[in-house]
Design a protein around this ligand. Structure first.
Ligand SMILES: Cc1cc2nc3c(=O)[nH]c(=O)nc-3n(C[C@H](O)[C@H](O)[C@H](O)COP(=O)(O)OP(=O)(O)OC[C@H]3O[C@@H](n4cnc5c(N)ncnc54)[C@H](O)[C@@H]3O)c2cc1C
Length: 478
């Protein structure tokens, strides 16, 4: 590395803040193993001034910046890819809770704060920060913002965008834009904040945010329900939303195949539900109200569904331990799939009402295309987002199966787009889906995307190759 550049970096972040060679290895991993990250260095600033100085140094030496927070992203967004000209700027040392304000129901935190720690800080002040992901112990607020994370409770609380009021961002030239506003209403011009949320490190480096808090959930009821078809799960959820006055916080669909993989590879059989069926749905109600009886309401609705044959069987979690078992089943699916061999994965969104039709169409199509495949669709049915994952046939070979990814993605994504859906529901585009973005977005959308990138990062220095790359014609529609 150029000595003057190295000196500028160490002046900004201290020698312990710059990692090179073997010391950088822990930051050069990619969750799914789809990319082999490489970088000149990993730089770990601990203040906004340091982030700004690093960005200015990189601009001076024409070095590209790959922002990284918890590195749990699933589309290769924080995977640097050039050992000569990419520097990872990891935000883990920007980990201060700047303040929790119960009067305004807000919390201002730096982007390196781990999601679980942000939730704990809110709880200590008698409030609740509702974003919940299975990666909550590792992902950080900066990554949650940059991916507009969704997760388990979008049905009730929305995505990270819905939970954010203000931002602090270091721009591509090192300038700081600070708008850590607690305002709920502010129509004074374009909404610049919304440009950076979901921008995957390609428009600026988010250093802090003011987030919305709500009152804590004081009662909960959770049930695992066996159903014959996703349409039944949706019908039960609609009734529950109606009967509870909108207190359904989670509606997670699981294909029986996915549940069987968890039983085989992760947990033998902790569940008290035995019915063999095609689908399960995990339902959760929660309320900040004192009083009321959510478990009874849940029981009443599910019992009526049983009588109507919408539900085949159900079990309500009577204790926190039983609730944890039900959630462990849902959250263990990715690990069980990994243990069962290679998977071809899709993170898709559809209008909620169209999800049953999509599954009815897509599952037989996959069985025809990939004989013996083990489809494991699971996820956030309640907000129209399913991880349409396909695990390879038991006797086949990982590499041969993965070699068919491009064809399978095209078939699945064509169906999704045809039904008015999205090919990137909550994980983003990253490096993984740049070509797909170009294929499915209109020319006008791609042109606007490139214009925004050009305006905010004319040197193409921030996460080049993610979402859009000004130096190539990637994302031209085709
Ligand atoms: C087990 C598991 C479960 C998951 N479940 C969900 C889920 O339910 N819902 C969901 O939405 N996601 C889920 N994810 C994906 C992932 O956890 C989220 O995308 C998360 O928001 C990423 O946060 P991170 O801190 O790890 O970001 P990183 O992986 O570090 O970065 C993600 C992207 O954001 C950019 N970025 C990171 N920090 C900044 C910053 N400060 N400023 C600008 N850009 C930045 C990076 O360049 C990259 O493009 C899951 C992942 C795992 C491993």
């Amino acid at each position: 590395m150029n000595q003057t550049f190295y000196d500028l970096l160490t002046r900004a972040v201290g020698t312990e803040g710059v990692k090179i060679g073997l010391d950088a290895a822990p930051y050069l991993r990619e969750w799914r193993g789809a990319f082999m990250p490489e970088a000149l260095a990993v730089v770990r600033p601990s203040s906004i001034e340091a982030v700004s100085a690093v960005v200015q140094a990189c601009a001076r030496y024409d070095v590209k910046i790959i922002a990284q927070s918890g590195n749990t992203g699933l589309v290769g967004g924080s995977a640097a890819s050039d050992p000569e000209s990419h520097v990872i700027v990891n935000l883990e040392r920007m980990n201060q809770i700047r303040g929790v304000d119960p009067a305004d129901n807000t919390m201002t935190v730096e982007s390196g704060v781990v999601l679980a720690d942000a939730k704990s800080a809110a709880a200590e002040s008698g409030r609740y920060f509702p974003l919940s992901l299975a990666s909550g112990d590792q992902c950080r607020i900066g990554g949650n913002l940059a991916t507009n994370a969704g997760g388990l409770n979008v049905l009730c609380y929305g995505t990270m965008r819905n939970l954010t009021l203000g931002l602090e961002v270091v721009l591509a030239d090192g300038q700081v834009w600070s708008s850590l506003s607690p305002l709920r209403k502010d129509n004074s011009g374009f909404d610049l904040r919304d440009l950076f949320i979901g921008s995957e490190g390609a428009l600026g480096i988010i250093t802090a945010a003011t987030l919305k808090l709500v009152y804590p959930e004081r009662q909960r009821a959770t049930a695992l329900c066996a159903v014959a078809a996703p349409a039944d799960a949706l019908a039960i959820t609609e009734t529950l939303i109606d009967r509870s006055g909108g207190q359904v916080v989670a509606c997670e669909l699981m294909a029986n195949q996915a549940v069987q993989l968890v039983r085989e590879y992760i947990a033998a059989d902790e569940l008290r539900i035995t019915t063999d069926c095609e689908w399960y749905v995990l339902l959760e109600l929660a309320s900040s109200a004192n009083g009321g009886d959510l478990p009874s309401l849940l029981d009443e609705v599910l019992n009526a569904a049983l009588n109507d044959q919408a539900a085949l069987a159900y079990t309500i979690a009577d204790t926190p331990e039983q609730r944890a078992v039900q959630w462990r089943l849902r959250e263990s699916i990715p690990a069980a799939q990994r243990a069962a061999g290679a998977s071809i994965k899709h993170d898709i969104a559809l209008p909620i009402s169209r999800m049953p039709a999509f599954l009815d169409q897509a599952l037989p199509a996959m069985n025809r295309l990939l004989p013996g495949v083990r489809p494991c669709p699971f996820g956030h049915l309640g907000d129209g987002n399913i991880h349409f994952n396909l695990t390879r046939p038991p006797q086949s070979d990982d590499a041969a199966f993965i070699a068919q990814s491009e064809l399978v993605h095209r078939v699945v994504h064509d169906m999704v787009v045809e039904m008015g859906g999205s090919i990137a529901a909550e994980h983003g585009i990253g490096r993984l889906k740049v070509t797909d973005l170009g294929h499915y977005k209109s020319q006008g959308e791609i042109a606007m995307t490139r214009a925004v990138k050009q305006a905010l990062d004319p040197g193409n220095r921030l996460n080049p190759g993610v979402i859009v790359d000004l130096e190539t014609s990637q994302n031209t529609t085709g």
